[in-house]
Design a protein. Structure first.
Length: 598
């Protein structure tokens, strides 16, 4: 077959209407019919007034460009159960289109559409296992399955004519949704104060001759609301139409006529950026504390993702209105861009992406994949990073596959340290792969890297400093591409209950490992009677030792059973200590019993 027909053939097969397991979102169960009423009409009867209760609070970022540069480019992976409420069919145009995390914290909303039904939809998921504040963190560390409380809880069928629901935007408890068909568009609004029961505003923006691929919504310093509608697929030049609300009361809505139109060819550039405004799948405003307004655009460099996949980028722009006259055409200047890495079908910026800001001034990115995978909907959280830390529960470690924090990585949060087996990196497909590291730990904690699985071999200590600390090349410490296990540890212990002693069969911490803790009593009267790593007996086998004991606490190794014969003492100073070869103390392969000297 002539290769020039290969790509068209792939596209033809992909567009066929047969059902596949991996395919596009379609309505499965419709809830909240009250919320759906009036989508296609603007009637004053039964009008619901939201202005007294609706929250339109803006979350401000202290320094947008700085915090944008600090967002991690590799993500925490998450999933929610589709809960029998989402069906999938085939088609490149029919997929999840937008994602936003709601103000209530535990909820995300996805937009989507199906040209074959036709229908535009919203999918609302509650992550019951996650905290409403801060990062979600991965919810699939255990068995690659989300918690049963992480699931789709509502599905809304919006419009059977305008089947495409595009890149969405959230402001406080207002959700803005752009709709379009082949040649026209509409922007509607929901009150999501109760995320499981969204209520539709009866005003909308009608765009009878313009499509609405993605929108951004914010509140200005004068109290009025600004909406930007991005169009890149209709008969006109790629552009943003700006709308200003009729008043400071959101319930009074917007005029159907945009007050200004900005064309993509007018983009300017700063900071050695290219003057480019891409075909964005999502646009979102970001407000800086000093009043400066930014616009973020998310896109994938391929027009045929995921069949022909490109790279995922967020471009950052300033939006400047001369003399704060919001009825003029703004100056839009590109100030930064950044590549993100969506892997393992947990996101794609040509599918669904969204910017997230919280009340604490954090800035992050979310992305979802095109379709559900089996009975789960998969998405990613590109996390923000705090500058400082005081409690260990906020601690984390990042290990990267390549030098200079490149390629894939693993994220080990302190609170999730027991959700995976970090005693053997082969079980998480990261054995002998760590080449660089970043971490944030309080000054009394450290993270220990080990050369071999089961905490054996050489050890590298990553000490907490209270701020983000980095090693761009672990090879500089002779530890590049050799890490096979790891664990958290206090730098200095002062309580005997925290004591631990690891005895190794061979020198340099190799061979079988006998782990002794104060919690187990630490008293072993006869090494002939113990089993270590599945093999019986450990008498006269100890050749190296690694331990941590509080200041002045003594642990003794005896030559004979029942604590008889000559002995050596391990005296604690609170820190981790090592004896790589007991031959140096003339005590290699001699230990037959041991205990604390209390």
């Amino acid at each position: 077959m002539d290769k020039k027909w290969l790509i068209p053939l792939i596209f033809f097969i992909f567009f066929v209407g047969c059902r596949l397991e991996l395919s596009l979102p379609q309505i499965g169960v419709v809830e909240n019919e009250k919320a759906l009423a009036g989508v296609l009409s603007d009637t004053s009867s039964g009008r619901v007034v939201f202005s007294e209760t609706i929250d339109t609070t803006v979350n401000y970022i202290d320094s947008v460009e700085t915090q944008f540069s600090q967002i991690r480019t590799y993500a925490d992976h998450l999933s929610v159960w589709e809960n029998g409420m989402v069906e999938n069919y085939t088609g490149l145009n029919s997929h999840f289109q937008g994602i936003q995390r709601l103000k209530s914290g535990q909820f995300i909303v996805l937009s989507g559409g199906d040209v074959n039904i036709p229908s535009s939809n919203l999918f609302i998921a509650r992550l019951g296992s996650r905290s409403p504040q801060g990062r979600y963190r991965s919810n699939i560390l255990q068995n690659n399955m989300p918690d049963s409380d992480d699931k789709i809880v509502a599905v809304l069928s919006i419009d059977d004519q305008m089947w495409h629901a595009g890149g969405i935007s959230v402001l406080g408890d207002v959700l803005a949704v752009p709709l379009e068909d082949s040649d026209s568009g509409k922007i509607i609004f929901y009150d999501v104060t109760n995320p499981e029961n969204p209520v539709l505003f009866d005003h909308y923006i009608d765009r009878p001759t313009s499509k609405s691929g993605a929108i951004a919504l914010t509140k200005l310093s004068n109290g009025r609301f600004l909406l930007a509608a991005w169009s890149d697929s209709d008969q006109l030049e790629n552009r943003i139409d700006f709308y200003l609300s009729n008043s400071t009361d959101f319930d009074r809505g917007f005029s159907n006529d945009s007050y200004s139109t900005w064309f993509h060819t007018e983009v300017q550039a700063a900071n050695i950026q290219d003057a480019n405004f891409s075909n964005f799948q999502t646009i979102n405003f970001i407000n800086q504390s000093d009043g400066k307004l930014f616009l973020a655009g998310l896109h994938n460099t391929s027009d045929a993702a995921p069949i022909i996949n490109g790279s995922d980028w967020v471009d950052l722009y300033t939006v400047d209105f001369i003399n704060d006259d919001y009825q003029t055409i703004p100056v839009i200047t590109k100030v930064a861009n950044k590549q993100f890495f969506c892997v393992d079908n947990h996101g794609n910026f040509d599918a669904a992406g969204g910017i997230y800001t919280d009340s604490l001034g954090s800035l992050g990115v979310y992305s979802a994949y095109f379709w559900k995978e089996d009975d789960q909907i998969q998405f990613s959280e590109f996390r923000w990073v705090d500058d400082t830390i005081t409690i260990i529960d906020d601690g984390w470690i990042e290990l990267y596959r390549d030098k200079n924090f490149r390629n894939s990585n693993i994220i080990i949060d302190y609170v999730d340290r027991n959700h995976r087996d970090y005693s053997d990196y082969n079980t998480i497909s990261f054995g002998d792969r760590a080449s660089s590291a970043k971490w944030l730990l309080p000054v009394d904690y450290q993270y220990l890297l080990f050369e071999h699985s089961n905490f054996k071999g050489k050890m590298k200590q990553l000490l907490g400093t209270g701020v983000v600390t980095e090693i761009d090349d672990l090879g500089d410490f002779y530890f590049g591409d050799i890490t096979s296990s790891s664990h958290y540890c206090r730098i200095v212990i002062d309580d005997i209950s925290e004591s631990w002693i690891d005895l190794f069969e061979h020198d340099t911490f190799e061979g079988r490992r006998l782990s002794i803790t104060a919690g187990s009593g630490g008293i072993l009267g006869n090494y002939d009677n113990i089993s270590v790593e599945g093999s019986s007996g450990f008498n006269d086998k100890v050749s190296s030792v690694r331990y941590q004991l509080p200041e002045g606490v003594v642990y003794k190794l005896y030559q004979h059973s029942n604590y008889e014969g000559s002995y050596i003492t391990l005296t604690g100073n609170g820190e981790v200590e090592e004896i790589s070869n007991l031959r140096d103390l003339s005590f290699s392969d001699k230990t037959s019993s041991s205990k604390f000297n209390l």
